[in-house]
Design a protein around this ligand. Structure first.
Ligand code: ADP
Ligand code: MG
Length: 702
């Protein structure tokens, strides 16, 4: 949205030059006038306020004061020169030091002249230090228009090179004086600027840098936040609308015999209201003739697998095959066992495929799949390998989305030649609905926000690791009641040697406290062979061991109803959603269940909040909100691809109301004019095009 002028390099501006331009590019990615112009301040300071040296020393905050330079000297340190300047403000003295740009500063600064200094006095071992302050000659007349001086983010290098706020202000002022509204085209166009009662774009850019009042800044921010969110939504909704027009999907017309039979004869319970609602949403998609691309989010144990199974039966009833992928072999196999059992006498053939199925066995399964004999295939991501060919795959279900990359999902599209299979992604890491719509881009979102009735709450406690003997006593009483216990250690990849030795130490300690043969312990971690992992798991599943000691491999989906205690070691090292997932492993049987979070004594504020939240609530959505608050939206699954992190001023959490507002309006605009062909929409289309926001490949997901 800009003329060639805005694409000139900042190099040629006064006071910049090639080497500074390069540093700015390297440190902040700023190369052109445009980059510089959209590098907005993160706060503003009132520079009409002139404090004193005493203030600066007492507060330790960035302070401006007026002082005379009484003495200057350059001393040669062991490696480097440094410049000391003694400052006197009429009451106190303070020494300012420069280690970098000594020559530059000593040329600018003169003894006996009065300057405004701006900087932070830091406490050090030997007293205090006032290093690299900004300074300018004191001019009482210049003070008045400095009520809101912009402050820009900086880096160490930029600070050392004197390329911080003061420098940027000068550069940006130059750019602004050289351009007008013909150079910066309003991305929304006049029609929408008026319609949404916003100030013009260029004006907003100007006010972002140099507001004359709070009100101007407010108007500028409102405009920028609106733009960020509006275009984010416009891109998402545009692509979604187009995809729906272009991508045909198999039609599952009838609710057939198998679905009904399973429903009537096999399910021993009523679907929850949320499950019914979600089934309706899915059925609507599947009957529409358009390819479904849906995310199903719901807490651990909310009954997503049930919804997945019913959906697969719809496919089978309509003459299609279905597959469901799980992120681990253990979980995939557990699905296979339970679904095979459920399908007994139903005339539905269930198959299993994973990396460990090899040779003749694999060949046989592949043949049955190709011939259409296998109706439902369960497995790991082996399912998406090229050599897996279906006769007519109608739907692919991906369980526990967060372990599957976008590319892996996309690979499913090559599985059928005619129409793309429907896709249902299930995740137990729910995120707030508004954010989900944005973060998952062109996935539609269904939410199960209700647990099946009769779930007993899990009692969650946080203890310090100094209380280990109490914990062991508790574990022993639970084992005596016939219960089983999980004990989980964190596994963080960068540090997995240390983690493993933690686990091994924990194992030794447990063996001493819970000796064989009275007690039996399974141990499972990522370094074990798949077959060993499986057999250790199975010993626990069969109840032969009372304790399962594991790294986070058990995180996803294992179902052992008799396990009623989840102990999480080093709990402070887990993220909230992971803690919540782990806790979801217990509370599945009839018994009272417990989750014990064990941590060290010294916790960060963030760590404390996570553990507190876990103790306070069991609601996955509430936990997701706190998680989002603690980690910021940029770290949420999916958001990286969607541009949430690229926003200039908006913050998707803080501005969620505006997010909804812009979403509603983009939906309206695009339902009236799906391809943005109306004159008033021309600027919008232009924006999407010039920002590469139009998805070219309809064969790819999110
Ligand atoms: P999720 O996959 O969402 O974690 P599951 O589908 O594994 O949850 O369901 C957890 C347990 O709840 C399973 O044992 C399942 O049979 C049971 N379940 C599912 N739906 C219902 C329901 N409507 N009423 C009672 N139990 C249910
Ligand atoms: Mg599940």
């Amino acid at each position: 949205m800009s003329t060639p002028k805005l694409h000139t390099s900042i190099e040629y501006l006064k006071g910049v030059g090639p080497s500074r331009a390069e540093i700015l590019q390297q440190e902040l990615g700023i190369r052109t006038w445009k980059d510089m112009l959209y590098h907005f301040p993160f706060r503003y300071i009132d520079k009409t306020l002139v404090g004193s040296i005493t203030d600066a020393v007492a507060t330790g905050e960035p302070t401006q004061f007026k002082a005379i330079v009484t003495k200057m000297s350059v001393s040669k340190g062991r490696y480097k020169k440094r410049l000391n300047a003694t400052l006197f403000d009429g009451k106190s003295t303070l020494t300012a030091v420069w280690f970098q740009g000594v020559k530059w500063v000593s040329e600018k600064l003169e003894v006996n002249k009065e300057y405004l200094f701006y900087g932070t006095v830091k406490k050090t071992k030997s007293g205090s230090s006032f290093a690299h302050p900004e300074f300018e000659l004191y001019n009482p007349n210049a003070l008045n228009d400095k009520r809101m001086e912009p402050v820009y983010s900086s880096t160490d290098l930029l600070t050392r090179m004197h390329l911080e706020s003061k420098f940027k202000r000068r550069v940006i002022k130059q750019i602004l004086s050289k351009i007008d509204s013909n150079d910066v085209v309003d991305p929304l166009g006049k029609y929408y600027t008026d319609y949404f009662k916003l100030i013009p774009h260029v004006k907003a850019v100007y006010y972002m840098h140099f507001p004359q009042s709070e009100e101007q800044l407010e108007q500028a921010r409102a405009r920028m936040i609106f733009e960020d969110l509006f275009f984010l939504q416009l891109g998402i909704v545009f692509n979604q609308t187009t995809r729906k027009q272009k991508l045909k999907g198999a039609i599952f017309e009838s609710v057939g015999e198998k679905f009904m039979k399973y429903f009537d004869e096999k399910i021993p319970f009523e679907l929850t209201g949320a499950q019914k609602r979600v089934m309706k949403e899915i059925r609507r998609d599947l009957g529409s003739g358009i390819q479904m691309n849906r995310l199903l989010q719901g807490d651990v144990g909310s009954g997503k697998t049930m919804v997945g199974l019913l959906t697969m039966l719809l496919a089978v009833d309509n003459g299609f095959q279905a597959c469901m992928m799980a992120p681990t072999e253990i979980l995939a196999h557990q699905h296979y066992i339970s679904i095979t059992e459920e399908m007994k006498g139903m005339g539905v053939n269930v198959g299993f495929l994973s990396g460990s199925i090899k040779g003749k066995k694999r060949k046989e399964i592949l043949q049955l799949l190709k011939d259409g004999v296998i109706h439902i295939l369960l497995g790991t991501h082996a399912l998406i390998e090229d050599w897996v060919v279906f006769k007519n795959l109608g739907i692919a279900i991906i369980d526990e989305q967060h372990r599957f990359g976008v590319a892996q999902r996309a690979a499913l599209w090559n599985k059928t030649s005619e129409v793309a299979p429907h896709i249902l992604v299930m995740t137990a890491t729910p995120i707030p609905r508004t954010l989900a719509l944005t973060a998952y881009g062109d996935l539609d979102v269904s939410t199960i926000d209700e647990l099946p009735p009769g779930r007993k709450p899990i009692t969650t406690r946080h203890i310090y690791d100094t209380k280990r003997s109490d914990l062991n006593t508790f574990i022993e009483t639970e084992i005596e009641k016939g219960r089983q216990i999980y004990i989980v250690y964190p596994l963080i990849e960068e540090n997995d040697k240390l983690d493993l030795s933690n686990l091994e130490m924990g194992y030794e300690r447990l063996l001493q406290r819970f000796p064989r043969p009275k007690f039996q312990i399974s141990i499972v971690h990522g370094k074990l062979k798949a077959s060993d992992k499986e057999s250790e798991m199975q010993r626990f599943v069969r109840g032969e061991t009372q304790i399962m000691l594991a790294t986070t491999v058990i995180e996803v989906g294992v179902n052992v109803p008799n396990a009623s205690v989840m102990v999480i070691e080093n709990a402070e090292r887990f993220g909230l959603s992971q803690l919540h997932q782990l806790r979801g492993r217990v509370g599945r049987g009839a018994d009272k269940s417990f989750c014990i979070l064990v941590s060290k004594y010294n916790l960060t504020a963030n760590g404390k909040k996570r553990l507190k939240t876990m103790v306070r609530t069991q609601d996955g959505f509430e936990i997701a909100e706190v998680d989002l608050e603690l980690r910021g939206p940029g770290n949420i699954e999916g958001t990286q691809q969607s541009g949430v992190v690229a926003m200039r001023v908006a913050n998707i959490l803080r501005d969620s109301e505006m997010l909804n507002y812009t979403r509603d309006h983009t939906v309206k605009i695009l339902s009236e004019d799906p391809q943005l062909q109306l004159p008033k929409n021309a600027p919008l289309l232009h924006y999407l095009k010039t920002h590469n926001m139009i998805s070219k490949n309809w064969g790819r997901i999110s």
